[in-house]
Write a protein that binds this ligand. Structure first.
Ligand code: CAA
Length: 257
């Protein structure tokens, strides 16, 4: 079991990962990122896992890259940084990933939340890219994913001033899909995970892939990929089951085939 993470299975088909470095406000050191990447690899291979909720504490989802660790790295160290591969593995997780964010989601913490497919935030959550205050800039997607999520003007403002925004503001911008009272954030994320876990896994997987593709390709390419995925699903047993269940006026039983 990882040192820096907690893993629970509170609902059928749903796993809950809790970042667990409370003394450092869940700062993302290499160990934590490596353990998270490895755990997601395991959950990818686990047929019993159909959706994952990722959370931190009430005070901090994650307060960024571990600044003490970063201070020890020079340019060559950063060029060879194993964290880059960990980030890439996290980004490749093919199942739905829902971030339940309370407190600080800053720097790498905001970037980690943005790796999730859905963000649910508690009132009081703060999203920001404060790297500029350290004389650096975001290095794990904070310029690219933030701009795609909130648009140019707000991304520029957040990255260039380092000032954070609150949960309601993040929701208005589309960074966050729902805002809850802090004590219900994880519960709400798990409930969404449960709904997704009840759907056909292949359809969920291909829909996620097509939606993510929309962020980095032109419309014609995205539409081609969507049509291809739609056609592939026609060969799945779950599609036949979904349509038959509708016609027979009963709930479908999806098997992932
Ligand atoms: N790295 C390492 N340790 C951190 C940390 C971080 N990012 N953030 C907080 N901590 C540690 C603090 O050093 C402190 O440890 P000690 O008790 O041993 O002193 C502990 O967590 C509690 O923090 P504070 O006492 O500062 O708590 P606070 O409530 O007064 O302030 C805060 C909270 C505003 C989040 C403040 O901790 C802070 O500004 N943290 C840094 C945020 C930041 O700059 N993040 C970006 C990092 S760079 C990055 O992420 C690069 C990238 O994109 C890849």
């Amino acid at each position: 079991m990882p040192d820096t993470l907690l893993l629970d299975a509170p609902e059928a088909g749903v796993r809950l990962i809790t970042l667990n470095r409370p003394a450092a406000l869940n700062a993302l050191n290499t160990q934590l990122l490596g353990e998270l990447a490895a755990l997601l690899d395991e959950l990818e291979a686990d047929d019993g896992c159909r959706a994952v909720v990722l959370t931190g504490s009430q005070k901090a989802f994650a307060a960024g890259a571990d600044i003490n660790e970063m201070a020890e790295r020079d340019a060559v160290g950063i060029l060879n940084d194993p964290r880059v591969a960990h980030w890439q593995r996290i980004g490749r997780f093919p199942k739905p990933l829902i971030a339940a964010v309370n407190g600080f989601a800053l720097g790498g913490g905001c970037e980690l939340a943005m790796q999730a497919d859905i963000i649910i935030a508690g009132e009081g959550a703060r999203f920001g890219q404060p790297e500029i205050n350290l004389g650096i800039m975001p290095g794990a997607g904070g310029t690219q994913r933030l701009l795609r999520a909130v648009g140019k003007a707000m991304a520029m403002q957040m990255v260039l001033t380092g000032e954070a925004i609150d949960a309601r503001h993040a929701q208005r911008l589309g960074l966050v899909s729902e805002v809850t009272q802090p004590e219900f954030t994880v519960e709400r994320a798990l409930a969404i995970g449960r709904v997704i876990a009840s759907k056909a896994p292949l359809a969920v997987r291909l829909a996620k892939e097509a939606l993510l593709k929309a962020m980095d390709c032109d419309l014609a390419t995205g539409l081609r990929l969507e049509r291809h995925a739609f056609t592939v699903l026609a060969a799945s047993r779950d599609r036949a089951e979904g349509i038959r269940a509708f016609q027979e006026k009963r709930a479908p039983v999806f098997t992932g085939n």
